[in-house]
Ligand binder design. Structure first.
Ligand code: ATP
Ligand code: MG
Length: 256
């Protein structure tokens, strides 16, 4: 890790950068993941590096959708594994849902390294891609899935998703919950629920919300019925368009 002083105004952001770089060095994050992270950083800057009301609304709906799911599955890539392994594992525990490795670039045994990394952090089991089950509507390596995992899932939680696969999952009739700082990405637009927030902030909030909801009652169903992903993305864009003045001043006024 680099020696960023805690008093540095961009301390948290720089710490996350160190974490993602360490992920590459350990062979769990793809070098391409650094570019994806950079794009996320830019959008995080624009939203004020804080969880905004539109993200809270999506987190509540995501909690309801995952709570009501019959077979929820958590898809893990190299960025999210490096940034939030404990929170991913906790999400799996609160939902009683499997984690499944699914990545785009499969260089040098990275899938296996991600699995081992999650096991080391306390995951009880991690599903791996297989050639026995394949997603339709997709040509990349990400089509290979586990028959008891993503293939069978009714709801897939896919943070930092790739737009192609999000589209394929939706075409297969599955619901997709994503976390993506870019409200304009294809993923954000195609997912059933898009949490426009940094995955390191959103995941703990999601884990906290799920146990508060019942898996059957009308309140949980009501949260989902009232939710509009389009409206939430619109609010996120409105917020970003105001970020040249208000958000920026707010961030500068925040205690460090
Ligand atoms: P598409 O438009 O097809 O969805 P993309 O162009 O967004 O794809 P990706 O490689 O999927 O390409 O980019 C990664 C996405 O993840 C970006 O939209 C980025 O904003 C987002 N992202 C990166 N880091 C984080 C993070 N820590 N938390 C949440 N979102 C992130
Ligand atoms: Mg994307």
């Amino acid at each position: 890790m680099s020696d960023v002083p805690k008093t540095h105004p961009r301390y948290l952001s720089l710490t996350l950068r160190d974490t993602i770089v360490a992920g590459v060095q350990q062979g769990i994050t793809s070098i391409h993941g650094l570019i994806a992270h950079g794009r996320g950083e830019a959008f995080d800057y624009l939203i004020g590096e804080a969880t905004q009301p539109f993200a809270i609304e999506a987190i509540h709906a995501a909690a309801a959708m995952l709570r009501l799911a019959e077979h929820p599955v958590i898809s893990v890539n190299g960025n999210v594994a490096a940034l939030a392994p404990e929170a991913l594992i906790e999400l799996g525990q609160v939902l009683n849902a499997p984690l499944e490795v699914n990545i785009f670039h499969t260089e040098t045994g990275r899938e296996q390294k991600i699995r081992e990394y999650l096991l080391k952090h306390g995951a009880s089991d991690v599903l791996m891609p297989t050639t026995e089950a394949q997603l339709s509507f997709i040509d990349s390596n990400r089509k290979f899935v586990h028959p008891e995992g993503i293939f069978k899932a009714d709801v897939v939680f896919v943070p930092l998703e790739d737009g192609d696969r999000c589209e394929a999952l939706r075409k297969m009739g599955k619901d997709v919950v994503t976390v993506d700082l870019n409200p304009m990405s294809r993923t954000a637009k195609q997912a059933s629920i898009t949490i426009v927030d940094n995955v390191v902030r959103a995941l703990p909030l999601l884990c906290e919300k799920i146990p508060e909801l019942s898996s059957s009652d009308a309140t949980t169903q009501g949260i989902l019925k009232r939710y509009s992903n389009e409206a939430v993305l619109h609010e996120a864009l409105q917020h970003i368009s105001r970020s040249g003045n208000g958000n920026q001043r707010k961030r500068e006024a925040e205690p460090r």
